[in-house]
Design a protein around this ligand. Sequence first.
Ligand code: SF4
Length: 351
Amino acid sequence: MLFTEPLEKVITNPPIRDVRARNAFYPSSASVRVMDPQTGRPKSIGGCLRRQYYEITGVNPTNHSDAAGELKKEMGGVIQELMEEKLKAAGLWMASEKSIWIPKYKISGRLDTWCWDPESMKPGKTKTPIAIEFKSTGRFGEPGLINPSKGKLMPKEDHVCQVIPYLDFFSQWPEMFHGQPMRVIIFAIGRDSLNWKEHMVFLAGKGHYGMDLKDDKRYAVVRNEAGTFQLKYITVAGVYSRYMQVAEHLRQGKVPERDYALQYDNELILKMAEKEMISKTDRGKVASAVKRDPEGREPWLKKGDWQCGWCPFKDKCWHGIDHQAKPVISQDLPQQGKSAPIPITEPKGSL
Ligand code: SF4
């Protein structure tokens, strides 16, 4: 095991940490709050408001990934580079990592890739740009990808939320798209098999860039091999109003409520079992637990949201633990003689 230890060390504790100033909201945190028809409870799709609040106010993360977890995060970038090489070879690539800025809502983002729509390059057609967002998932077809008919997958709803600011921003220039709406392809790739599915997302409904949210009726539409699906619950107004909620909490200095749960309450677990939202094995465990502990003193099933399981603020959020302030620039730097010290950057930002 010559290399495991030094590699794990550098992956989990890099000499210089990647820190972005948080003086803006990011499309990657986009979310909506909807009523879940199965449980009859409101539920969040996408980024947690409390997590955004912690990030923007410079709270030190309390939970860090192990080496494998860190590498998984980097795999998305590797896959994007690989696929862009192929798009270049196909003569379709236009540009990568182009930024947007939506001043009204202080949203700053970067679209992965711009390409020429292959259909628009056929004789007699007008060359039209189309954007691509690469989204890697652990397992191809993993739970969370809506499956409208066997073998035909949908994108994750989180990913649909994340492209809404881009779709809205570029709707200002319809001439760019020659009569079509701005379209983003969510390129969903499984890290396990490198199989992929393409999902085209665009906006439908009345509204335009910059309009008052109460009048904006636009929502997401997904088109893929399974058909065309109107996701009327993922709206432009819904996404922006969630960012505005974080802004309001920041103004008031008040931590938002949690959007997700580390452990579901027993009432919800029972509902999920009744509605067959959990596996047969888990339903069996719930049935035994209810018999054993009818008053529900213990959780009937150990189950919660993955968002909390992977959250870098898990201990802070659920146990109020503030770990020792972790310096942005690791103290564990390689020896570099007498060069000037690297300044420590405060990860704070304001809106
Ligand atoms: S632990 Fe869960 S609820 Fe708390 S900030 Fe993280 S994602 Fe949100």
